[in-house]
Write a protein that binds this ligand. Structure first.
Ligand SMILES: [Zn+2]
Length: 343
């Protein structure tokens, strides 16, 4: 059977991502991540490339504080080529003030960070828009990631929260559930939607006792005001079995089902994978495929936005298996893949 255009997964890639390259040792959020994933998924035949279009700053400021966006844009533009600004906390130099707008001290501002992050936002929004145009599944393959960026703070390799901006955009059409499966708690997305009941936020992650971002991601953070009961954190131990992971994901999906969203946005981290330098779990390709399948089997139009995942060698294989599973779960049949088969 020939797959029609809209049974394919809309794929929007942040081509400008490589502008942003922090050379410091240990800065594992590297440009090599994107081609590694692209190589992994390109031969499945499941994807249809969609060119990113530009969305206005108004859409970004629906989520982020306007002064924060201006600060990022101006500061990145003013940094000398080849140098970068690291935040201090508390801010020592008021003219830089990076500490005022940052959640940690290891994510730098440099000449290209804002442009690359803004490109990622456009890709996430373009992919979200493709769901309004008939696609049922869409993937924004972007970096830098976004889920640690709060309304008015950057950090954790993140500058602008593409996932939250896309979820906010889709929320104009109906209820949206954000499912964050990155190894690290999506503190930014939680903070942005903490008082809203029309956007449910659910996150499975390493317990903040030992995992970044340390200060958020606890089970008792449930939302506030109208949002009370619309944030679910499922912190997990440092070592877990596949069964424990699967049961926790099933619990997350039961909450999603009860919420009955019109759209799901998956904050897609590949850092729960075996040997990821920032994680402690051991998910393998077959686990990512199973995760994709259960998410797809909810049959809700789904936008997947790339977040973390730093073991470049296995990114492509794990991403491929996730999307094979997602497609299969959604359509209830095995995809007809072109070229290489899933291994
Ligand atoms: Zn992560």
């Amino acid at each position: 059977m020939v797959q029609t255009a809209h049974t394919k997964i809309a794929l929007v890639v942040n081509e400008g991502h490589a502008l942003h390259h922090v050379h410091d040792r240990g800065y594992v959020e590297s440009p090599a991540r994107i081609p590694a994933i692209l190589r992994g998924i390109s031969q499945t035949g499941l994807f249809s490339r969609v060119e990113p279009r530009h969305f206005s700053d108004r859409t970004v400021k629906g989520v982020h504080d306007s002064r924060f966006v201006t600060y990022l844009k101006r500061t990145c533009a003013a940094v000398e080529p080849g140098s970068s600004i690291y935040p201090y906390r508390p801010p020592r130099d008021l003219s830089l003030r990076a500490g005022y707008y940052a959640i940690d001290t290891f994510t730098p501002l440099d000449g290209n960070a804002y442009r690359a992050a803004r490109g990622a936002v456009d890709c996430a929004l373009t992919a979200a828009r493709s769901l309004l145009q008939g696609y049922r599944l869409a993937y924004a393959l972007v970096r830098p990631p976004g889920h640690h960026a709060e309304r008015r703070a950057f950090g954790g390799f993140c500058y602008l929260n593409s996932t939250a901006i896309a979820a906010h955009y889709l929320s104009a059409q109906g209820r949206v559930a954000v499912l964050d499966v990155d190894y690290h708690h999506g503190n930014g997305t939680q903070e942005i939607f903490y008082e809203r009941s029309d956007v449910l936020t659910v996150s499975l992650h390493g317990h903040p006792r030992f995992a970044y971002p340390y200060f958020t991601g606890f089970a008792d953070e449930r939302g506030r005001g109208d949002g009370d009961g619309y944030n679910l954190n499922l912190p997990l131990p440092e070592k877990i079995t596949e069964d424990e992971y699967r049961h926790t994901l099933a619990r997350a999906l039961r909450r999603l089902k009860r919420f009955d969203p019109k759209f799901i946005v998956v904050a897609f981290g590949l850092d729960p994978a075996k040997d990821d330098p920032t994680g402690s779990w051991s998910l393998q390709a077959k686990d990512f495929e199973a995760n994709g399948r259960t998410i797809g089997s909810l049959h809700v139009p789904t936008l997947v936005v790339q977040e973390g995942g730093y073991r470049v060698r296995s990114l492509g294989t794990n991403a491929r298996h996730f999307f094979l599973g997602l497609w299969q779960g959604f359509h209830g049949r095995r995809p007809i893949t072109e070229g290489i088969q899933a291994r």
